[in-house]
Ligand binder design. Structure first.
Ligand SMILES: [Zn+2]
Length: 479
């Protein structure tokens, strides 16, 4: 066994992200055969660590799913022998992106109906299609389609909320991503439960089956919202989550409708109401949070609620502009998400970063609002912290899980490159991602998907979409 003992005295370059840091000294040992699993190199390695360290001509050494070392490529390659080396020419290395809120299987409803008022869209298209078509097969195909798109776009971790969570977990298990998967709790007949009590019971079973089964998969509860569950049901869901020690994901303070509903029903707004019942006593991932009252923002910060910003969905459904800058200034943990593909209509976190920044600038009439570095942090280390995985993912640091992506910078829209972080936020698209590694395993290499049979998934999705289209045509002709 070869132990790396020398202190790395790396010369490195720091770019726009900030101050110099000592290079990271490896703590681990390499495999007994003398070779580590993987070296990922790049013209720049953007670590997204707290100091903002960027290595020019850098590399990341990976073994057994963990980051062993990070520094200049020449030093890494001189120190380690790896079974595979991903060359870094015109490649940018950074941590995998974290999608804090999705309904993955809704990729199958991508574009089924757009440009409609919310209730028309829901009542005449989304709900009928879900009632008729959402079963384990729908969820399997839709989640595979979503994982394909997310891997292709450099997302390595996502927080999902949909029906048949066992099926979602099976897809995540086989495609190699990392996910928090919510058992949806809703007090109405849904594709997989009769009411709130039934969905909590089924959620208990899901968490018993998956807790501790696969280190990449965290089963959690997903109470839908405070207008689809009453106070007692919300409290019962939190109690169930506490029993297992798992987080909760929920839609929170998403729309003016929800704020008004909460005032009419509970005499106060959503966040105040949830605080009054001890809902935030355990870890909470709150999607949207477009309409918090000013006095509610300190509650989110104090209770360490992870807020997930979904700018495209908030714009498309005309929910409003979330006060992201105010929440960050108050110390709220803020990540970023896509929401479902029916209200986005893709799963491209690069676009979400860009829109997040632009929306805050124009809303506040302040071009310095929500800088490129801030939104890239929301999609990496900040997002990881918001969903409770900040100690293990979200930045490239020794000892963290090896969730690493390479972005190709050879397309014309990246030429020239003055500031790599600016380009990542204001230029890069999901099509620019070249290679993706999760837990040290390569899921996509230079654009080729390795864990998903894309021809099969595309054929299955197209066939199912044709059935959905025919059923909606027939339904809407009859009406
Ligand atoms: Zn949602």
């Amino acid at each position: 066994m070869k132990r790396i003992s020398s202190c790395f005295c790396f010369v490195f370059v720091t770019l726009s992200l900030g101050a110099c840091n000592p290079a990271q000294e490896p703590e681990s040992t390499v495999a007994s055969d003398g070779q580590i699993d993987l070296i990922v190199a790049g013209d720049y390695v953007v670590s997204m660590d707290a100091a903002g360290t960027v290595f020019e001509d850098g590399a990341v050494a990976i073994d057994d799913g963990v980051i062993l070392a990070i520094g200049p490529a020449s030093e890494i390659e001189a120190t380690y022998s790896a079974k595979e080396v991903m060359p870094g020419d015109r490649r940018i290395v950074l941590p995998g992106l974290v999608n804090g809120h999705s309904h993955a299987a809704m990729t199958l409803l991508r574009g089924v109906a757009d440009d409609l008022a919310l209730m028309d869209w829901l009542n005449n298209y989304i709900f009928p299609a879900e009632v008729e078509f959402v079963d384990p097969e729908f969820v399997r195909i839709g989640t595979e389609l979503a994982c394909w798109e997310m891997i292709r776009g450099g997302t390595t971790t996502f927080v999902d909320m949909y029906y048949y969570p066992d099926t979602i977990a099976e897809v995540v298990d086989s495609c190699g991503m990392r996910a928090l998967i919510s058992a949806t709790v809703i007090d109405q007949r849904s594709p997989d439960a009769e009411n709130a009590g039934d969905s909590i019971d089924k959620g208990n079973g899901f968490i018993e089956r998956w807790q501790g089964k696969n280190e990449r998969i965290t089963p959690i509860f997903g109470p839908h919202a405070n207008y689809t569950l009453d106070k007692e049901q919300l409290a019962a869901t939190r109690a169930a989550a506490m029993k297992f020690g798992v987080p909760i994901s929920i839609h929170l303070s998403e729309s003016p409708f929800e704020v008004q509903y909460s005032k009419d029903t509970y005499g106060t707004t959503s966040i105040n109401m949830l605080e009054s019942i001890g809902f935030f006593d355990g870890p909470t991932i709150a999607a949207h949070v477009v309409w918090p009252m000013p006095e509610e923002i300190p509650i989110l910060a104090g209770r360490k609620v992870g807020v997930i910003h979904n700018p495209t969905s908030n714009m498309k459904i005309a929910s409003g502009i979330a006060p992201i800058t105010e929440m960050l200034e108050a110390g709220v943990r803020v990540g970023i998400g896509t929401d479902g593909a029916a209200s986005n209509n893709d799963l491209d976190l690069w676009e979400e970063m860009r829109l997040a920044s632009l929306l805050q600038k124009v809303d506040r009439m302040d071009p310095e609002a929500l800088s490129a570095t801030t939104v890239l942090t929301m999609a990496t280390r900040g997002g990881a912290t918001a969903i409770g995985l900040g100690d293990s993912i979200g930045s490239l640091e020794v000892g963290k899980k090896a969730d690493v992506i390479q972005v190709a910078f050879d397309d014309v829209h990246h030429v020239p490159t003055y500031d790599v972080v600016s380009h990542l936020v204001f230029v890069t698209d999901e099509q620019d991602v070249a290679s993706v590694v999760v837990d040290g395993k390569v899921l996509m290499r230079e654009g080729t998907m390795l864990t998903i049979d894309t021809d099969r998934v595309a054929a299955e999705a197209t066939a199912l979409a044709a059935r959905i289209q025919a059923a909606l045509n027939e339904r809407n002709e009859i009406q």
